[in-house]
Write a protein that binds this ligand. Sequence first.
Ligand code: Q46
Ligand code: ZN
Length: 309
Amino acid sequence: MRCRRCRSPEIVIELRRHNAAFCRDCFLHHCREQVRRTIEDFEMFHAGERIIVAVSGGKDSLGLWDLLLDLDYDADGLYLGLGIGDYSSASATTTRAFAQRRGAKLVEIDLPGDHGFDIPTAAAVTRRVPCSACGLSKRHLFNAAAQQGGYAVLATGHNLDDEAAVLFGNVLRWEREYLGRQLPVLAATPGFVRKVKPLVRLGEREMAAYCILTGIDYIVEECPNAVGNKHLGYKEALNAIEEQSPGAKNAFYFGFLARASPLFRDDAAIRDELESCSSCGSPTTGDVCAFCKLVTRVANPAPAGEVGG
Ligand code: Q46
Ligand code: ZN
């Protein structure tokens, strides 16, 4: 087997869904090309716009940041410390080391230091799974940081495997509203910055290979709260299908975007006029936004025995 691009016999990776294999340099070129084309085809952003990349220290977010810097985009990193024990300490160290190595600017927010709580405490107080307070905090704080920093766009490292798994879950339950919003680009709306996912053409394996081949040190451990979640189950199911039929994930996700996604657009349209949160100014349907409610709730936990709603 030879490299598809340069015919070298020194193959580092085989990509069955592309029916191709690549040598090191041509594989890195392939990754950059996939990202460059995705940004262009979906009109995610253009040169000169300021981008902030949400980074966790994992292969996808650090790989994305690296690719955007190599493509000469003006991209800063945004790290949110969640206070999840050793996982958060390791992810902070790894992210800072990457930023330093690339000489790139990293914006940091610390949930315990800046907002007075960590994710395990929020989960205990709200009596919900940790991912619920975590997802809410990320959505709120990423958007707020992007707006305050004057960035045009917030980029996240969701890859093809992530998007196909989320789509699978949304289709299983026919979540019309989520399906309507599952796009690689969400345009800015009042109070919300534009959001983009430039890695949708690259899979998990490609991102791991990209980081290893470029010497990016990333944290391999997943967040301990990810263990056993539905999302991982959907990934496994899709991996089994992909094994039998290479290209299935790609066809599922991009087929959805081309053929089905427009059918759900109306379900995702913003229905309510949004107000400004009386505490932080973020857009909300009520008086106080969900994040500020969470902050208050964690600061004043209900006495033991009382179950909060
Ligand atoms: S949501 Fe849940 Fe992740 Fe937050 S608590 Fe961990 S697993 S980090 S992507
Ligand atoms: Zn608020």
